[in-house]
Design a protein around this ligand. Sequence first.
Ligand SMILES: [Zn+2]
Length: 282
Amino acid sequence: MTEVIFELCGFSELEKPMARIATMMTADLFFPNGDYPPLRSNVIRIMRDANASVPRYVAHEPFELIVVNCQEDRPWQYTYQVAHEFGHLSTRADKRFPRQDGNMWIEEAICGAYSIYAIRAMSEAEGPLKGGAQDYLHNHLNDHRSDEVDADWFARHLPEFRIATTLTAPLMKLSGYIAARLLVGQVTADNRAIMDTPLNEDHWVYLSDWKKRCNGPHTIPALLESLGSAPAKTPMKTRQPHSLGPVAEPRVVRALRRLCRGQGRRNRWILLGWPAYGAAAV
Ligand SMILES: [Zn+2]
């Protein structure tokens, strides 16, 4: 278990309480029991800068820094963004920045799935963010619907995936495809395994190598392999991206209750002003 302190910077007094709850719920979903990867610092600074061009997990700094650009007091938009960046932090994307082997799209698609998992878990957990998360889930994640994703679709888009460095519109659909088929714990573990998988410009060799480092038959690399080799009918049952059952509700509910009782164990809070930060980011 790693003791992690979150610093929330640039958040107004109005939005701080919900931002804290959203951060804790999201962190507990992806880093249960303080299971963080080795970090640059035990302080994770999360800065809200509404003028930033994109949210990002900042590389080339000696400490952990996430920048979000959500508008003030939009805890669900914030959750969507910070969950994505937690995906990059989970697998220390800064160590591969800028990733040069043509497989950055895989990390982006996974981080897109992190956003879906976070909103979905929030929509299922009793608390002040539940209703808004349900609305966000059903009305703001339609770009992630994956109905059209199959082997033909994948083959058509793979060339543009190879040059993607951010979550593009087609990759959002792939995120939904992953989130509709795999449990959050599997995706978290598979994402973590990217850290130890050597870069490889051969997409299929890379998937094979990565798959060996993952547990179980239903993994992200296995899913991507099946998309690449199967006929148009995909081998796994299709579900809507938002229809997967509860992913972490008991844990999230417990965390929320602890927070409401002022007993947040692992995540403590420091609220600061605006620090300087670098531009390199993923
Ligand atoms: Zn990203």
